[in-house]
Every structure is written in C-alpha cells, then in structure tokens.
Design a protein around this ligand. Sequence first.
Ligand SMILES: [Fe+2]
Ligand SMILES: [Fe+2]
Length: 474
Amino acid sequence: MEVELSKLGNNLVTKFHVLMRISQIYDSKNVALSQFISEFLETINKLIKGSGVLSLKIIKDDFFLNDQRLRYSVEGFTSFKYLSTQWKKRLIGEVVFKTLMNEEMLRHFIYAFINLEEGHEENADLLKKQLESHQITSIDVNPLEIVEGEEEAFTLQKEDHREVGKKIFFETIGTIKDVITNIKGNQHADIRKLKRLAQKAIHLVIEDESILLGMTMIKNYDEYTFNHSVNVSIYALAMGKRLGFSKKILTELGITALLHDIGKSKIPREILNKPASLSTEEWEMMRKHPLMGVEIVLNLKQLGEINPRMVVGVFDHHLMNDLSGYPRLFLKKGVSLFGRIIQIADSYDAMTTPRIYKKIPYTPEQALAVMLREKEIHFDPLLLKIFIGLVGIYPLGSLVLLNTHELGIVYKSNHDPKWLDRPIVLLVDRDTKGDATKELIDLTDTDRAGNYKWSIVKTLDPYKYHIDIAKYFL
Ligand SMILES: [Fe+2]
Ligand SMILES: [Fe+2]
C-alpha cells in the first residue's frame, strides 16, 4: 500500500509540474490543456478516493502526502525541485483537496495558483478567496511554514547552484581543451563526455539560466578558444530554452556550439593569435575552419552522437543571414537554425572578449549596438531579439552608473520583458580583504511613494574604471 501511495504521489508531483508549466504558456480556456488536466485528474482522484482527503504539503525541501514523506525517484527530481521552488516563491505550504476534483475546479485552481504574486504573505488566503469566488470551497490552502533555518537553507540552495555552475563551466572548458588537443594530435576525442556536460548545463539553464550566463563574463585571455566555445554554448542553450527546444534538441545544440570552432584546431597557432591583420593566404586558411570543422566532426569516433543538424550548424556558423559570409556556396540556401543561433552567440562573445589584436573589447552594450546595426545583413532579426531579451537592454556584465551615484554591474536580466531596462544589479564594492561584496539590488524595487529606488543613468566602460567584471561573477 505504501509503495502504491508513493508511486501515485510521485506521479502527482510530476503531473502538477507539467500542468504548471503548460498553463504558463496557454490561457485557461485553451484546449491543449485538456489532455494534461485529465491526466492530472485521474491521478489526484485516485488518491482522494483512496483516503477521502488529500493533503499535499511542503516542509523544508520535502513534500508530504497526507503526512507521509514522498521519496522521489531520480527521474522525478526536476519535478520535485520545480514544484517546491514554485510553492516556496508564492509562500504556499499546503493544499488540501477535500472532495473529488473536476476539470473546472482544476482549471480555476491552477490559474489562480500561478497568478499569485511571488513573496506575498497573504497568498494562501488570496488563493482561497479566488476559489470561493468560483464557488469552490473544497480546496483548502495554507501558507508556507518557515521552519527555523529554512531561510538559510533556501539561500544555500542558490549558492549550491552557483557551485554546480562553476564546476560544469570549468569542467567543460577542460574537456573541450582535451578534445582539441586530441584532435590536433590526430587522436580520437571523446565527445560523450561533452554530451554529459551539455546535459548538466541544460539542467542548470532550465533551473536558473543566470548562473551560467554570468560565467560567460569570465573571459580568459590565454585560452580563448576553449573559453569561447563554452560561452557560445551557454548563450546558445539559453536561447534554445527560450525557443522551447526539447532537452534532446538542446543537447544537440549545446554540443554543436561547443564544437563550432573545432576546425580551428587545424589552423596554426601563429595565425590564430596573430596580433596584426592577416595576409590574404592566412585569411583564406582562417575561412576554411567551418569546413575543416565538418570534416573533424564526421571523423569523430562516436559519430552516432552526431546528426546532420549538428554538422550543418558547424558548417554554416559564419555564413551570415544574407549568405555573404563563408564558406562560399554555389547553391544558395538559408542558414540552418543552429547556425543562426550560433552566429549570434559567437559574434557577441567574440566582440566582448579581449583578444590579442584587440585588447580592449566592446562593452556588452556596444557589442549589442553593433549587432543591431548589422541585423538584417548578418543575423536573424527575430533570434537577435530573443538574444537581447536574454542579455537585456543593459546586457549582463555591463558596468552602470546609478542615480544614487553608486556603481553597479548588471547581474541578471529581469524575466518579465517589461522590465528589460530594470535588471538585477550587483553593487560594486569590496570588503577590507579586497573581495567583492555581493549586494544585489532589484531595479524594479520602489519606495513607499512608488518611486524607483534605483535607476540606471548610463553605462560605463569597465576598462576605464579598472574593474574586473569577472570577479563579481565567481
Ligand atoms: Fe568560427
Ligand atoms: Fe566562434
């Protein structure tokens, strides 16, 4: 019996997760929801029938089903995590279903739930009132009980994510370095490891994209190619997530982005790192890297992990939107979706990274301005829009001057597009030991009178202020 309950409980959490996600995309009347609603109803009603009343409660990080702690399976992890974050954000601690549910009740419940404002203390009451307004009285809602130490636990979790992020980031750089070294030495390269890392990164990007996006600020001068590949991959994944790609496609995109410049491993270092401009022959050589990349990818030991979509992505990542780039094509067709995504991520990262021939790179804002100017010719305008939504009007890592005369670094863009110009900002300050203090402010915060507490006055060039942006993202 207990096993059965736990199975149904796991099932319920997964279905709850799916339903919440779906209902954030569709409005409550949409027919696409019906399938998910009926699956959810089947599970929950089975549980209610079994015990008369069903309570789903969250204490600390655990869900309890009628006071029995639910153990989750590995596959269930994402759903548990998602659901507990969503409940906690809205300060909802328990939902009690006192009678069997029907479709209408469920639709009202789920939409009232997702529309609750985050961090609002009266949410439980509010939700109950909302339901009552639809004559639904058989669902009880209780607020989240803050257990002592809970608050700490919650921030600790955030910190954990950051640690995981760092690990994935540096491990991926190390792995891509191995792959490139092996290819240079004509040895077989293991890309299965890259795949595993890409999957981990995807997990994190889905959970909280800002952590890995922040890591792209760590521009490593000496190991440009490795760093660059990882950064391009992070931007590409975050874009793919916003485009609604499945995990499978995201994994393919992530690997493609990691390998996009693999052809450069066949180009002599002197050319890659030449401080002066390239001669015609050298430039010709440089322009062959997408094609050489294709050759390398097709020769990989685990070719089974590669599909045409990925090969084409490597091939056309310099083709440009109007096909004016390279390699030159005899038969003009469009640039593949992977290629178009990588082009944007690639250009942005290249422009914002110091290189031997351009020691002071563009600031994020300047880079975006350049890209916007060239948008029709070089980039897919729609994808560029998505990318800007990702890095914000004040892109991640921009140094900004606030109206309070404080300096800040744009740390995270606000999810809501209407707040593109009001990101989360890290105040630039150091403690006595010289370590970056990490005080975050949200530029959407207002004072009692409803005025914004902080606003961006202008962006500044960090190189002029000798501020190492990367330090604030570590
Ligand atoms: Fe390239
Ligand atoms: Fe590149």
